[in-house]
Structures are given as C-alpha cells and as structure tokens.
Ligand binder design. Structure first.
Ligand code: PBG
Length: 331
C-alpha cells in the first residue's frame, strides 16, 4: 500500500474495475414493474397530436391509447396513469364527472385491452376539464373553493371507479381530498379501488409542458393550493393527513428538485412511495439532448436511479415504455 492509499489498504476503486463488478455491487436497479406511464387521451381526434414541448409525447386517440397500453403491458410496466382532454371545458369541469366523458371512456378502453395485466390509474383532478384551468371550482371572488371542489372529486371518484380503474390519483391538493374520495369509493361499493395520493405536490414551474399536453390555459397560478417550493417540513403534515385519511400509496412531485422530500417521506412511511418525473423534467432533458449538450439515455437513467436512491418504490415517467424496453434488453 503506497503512502497515498488509505490507511487500512482500502481502495474503493477495486469494486469499480469491470462492468460485472459494478453490476454486482450496485445498490439500486431499475425494473420495468416499478415504472408508470402517464398518458394523455384527447376526445374527438382521429390522429394523435404531438405535444411540441414534449418531443415523443402525444395526445392519444382512443385507438392509439389502447395500443400504447398494450405495449406497456407487453413491456412489463407497472401501470399507466390516464389524463383526459375533453372537447368541451366549462367552469365546473362537467366532462370529468360525465360517465361517458373521455377519461371514463379511456379507462374502459384500456381495461378492455389489458384487463388486470397492467395497473390502470386515473388522474382525479378538475384542471383538465375546467375552462379556467384550476384544479377545482372557483367562487365569486375567484378563489378555488376547497369544499365545493371536494364534492366534485367525490363524484369523479365514483365515475372513474365505475369505469373500472384500479387506482385513482387525487392530484388537486384540496384539504380533505383523500378522505372524501375514500368515502365516495366505499359508499359506491368500490372498496378495492386504491388511492395514490399526491401527498407532496409543489407549485412548480416544471409543470409547464403539461399545460400544453392537456390544452389548459390556466388563469393565475396554483399557489393557494399547491405547496411552496421552500417548504419540506410541511410535506410531513400533508403526509400525516393523507395516511390518516386512507391513502394506500403516496407520491412526491416533481422528482428531481424534491429528492430531499422524497427521502424524508420514504423514511417516514410503511406504504409504497411514488415519485413523479414531470413534464418539465422530461422537456429539459430532451431539449438539452437535442442540442447535443448532454447524453440523453444516460441522463434519463441517472435521474430515474436518483429517484430510486432517494426512496421511490415507483416512478411515473414519460419515458417509462422506452426505459422498460431498454431494461428488458439488458442494457
Ligand atoms: C393535475 C396535474 C398536473 C400534473 C399532473 N397532475 C398539473 C398541475 O398540477 O399543474 C403535472 C404533471 C406534469 O407536469 O408532468 N391534474
């Protein structure tokens, strides 16, 4: 041992010498079964519409969504999270509670395609359906009315569960939303439908491209209901409430700027923890890679591995299908 080595002869580089050695000592590995594909389906279109700020992502037609779901199941993905884009939007988001609204139709389509082979999830929120773009109903003074919104969420939970969804994902950050959704599901005989609660959801600039994906023209911002990026401890309060109200799984969102929150949540719970790698995280990497400024595939794997290392059991990512295929090829 040279005088430049460490005192006890330990040389950490020994375990990095070959690909096989590095594989052997790897602490975390990604698996297709823990990846969830968020997918958009738009009412009344005959061809998929590309989302320009998310190269490679489209608003699906009913047909192409079915194909995407079949491919996701074949690749061994864990789940698919559906977002509906209705033809008509209004102040209360009527399409979100219409049994024949696009999201409910899409759930039935996907269930018919994949049955129980893939966990089928639906976003439970009003922003895709409202003309003002808020996640809830707005009162005369322009404020998002928490308790009036909860009534809408209860109705959404019922119609989504009636359509056959396995998991609902309440993402509107209204106080009491998990309790109201659980009661609505149970009251309608849907005891087996699970709740993936968006527990720590921040008022993030990283949701920008998503607004294009769901044709939303948000007036104002979401700062009175989504969390302030400066706050981490507050997430522990949201977590305690969601668990108390009946969340089966909890989520932190976005992923990359909130890995500390993910770690805190993962350390604190005994339920599965999800991370959502959001639209802006996707766009940022695709854009930099397009310019040749970063290595695309390595960057994608590194960000996903980072979320796992920080404690995520499941990751929602728009790259889910592509990454699963890569993993299946043993790359
Ligand atoms: C709310 C919802 C949003 C996202 C997922 N669910 C938008 C928002 O809260 O503003 C964003 C996801 C993404 O950016 O990829 N329905």
């Amino acid at each position: 041992m040279s005088e430049h080595g460490s005192f006890n002869g330990m040389r950490p580089r020994r375990l990095r010498t070959t690909p096989a050695m590095r594989r052997l000592v790897s602490e975390h590995r990604l698996h297709p079964a823990e990846l969830i594909l968020p997918a958009f389906v738009r009412e009344g279109i005959s061809e998929p519409v590309p989302v320009s700020s998310m190269p490679g992502v489209v608003q699906h037609t009913r047909d192409t969504l079915r194909k995407a779901a079949a491919e996701a199941a074949a690749a061994g993905l864990g789940g698919i999270m559906l977002f509906g884009v209705p033809r008509e939007k209004d102040a209360i988001g009527s399409a979100g509670t219409d049994p024949d609204g696009i999201l409910q139709v899409a759930v039935r389509d996907v269930k018919a395609e994949v049955g129980d082979d893939l966990v089928v999830m639906s976003d439970l929120c009003l922003d895709e359906f409202t003309d003002h773009g808020h996640c809830g109903v707005v009162d005369e003074r322009g404020r998002v009315d928490n308790d009036a919104t909860l009534e809408r969420y209860a109705e959404m939970a019922r119609v989504q569960a009636d359509a056959g969804v396995h998991v609902v994902g309440p993402s509107g950050m209204m106080d009491g939303q998990v309790r109201v959704v659980r009661e609505a599901l149970d009251g309608a005989g849907h005891q087996d439908v699970s709740i993936l609660a968006y527990t720590a959801k921040y008022a993030s600039a990283f949701y920008g491209p998503f607004r294009e994906a769901v044709d939303s023209s948000l007036q104002g911002d979401r700062k009175t209901y989504q969390q302030d990026p400066a706050n981490a401890r507050e997430s522990m309060r949201e977590l305690a409430l969601d668990l108390d109200e009946g969340a089966d799984m909890v989520m932190v969102k976005p992923a990359l700027p909130y890995l500390d929150v993910l770690r805190r949540v993962a350390d604190a719970v005994d339920v599965p923890v999800a991370a959502y790698q959001v639209s802006g995280e996707y766009a940022m990497i695709e854009a930099a890679a397009e310019r040749g400024w970063i290595e695309r595939d390595r960057t994608i794997m590194e960000t996903l591995t980072g979320a796992k290392r920080a404690g995520a059991n499941m990751i929602l990512t728009y790259w889910a299908a592509e990454v699963a295929q890569r993993l299946n090829r043993g790359e």
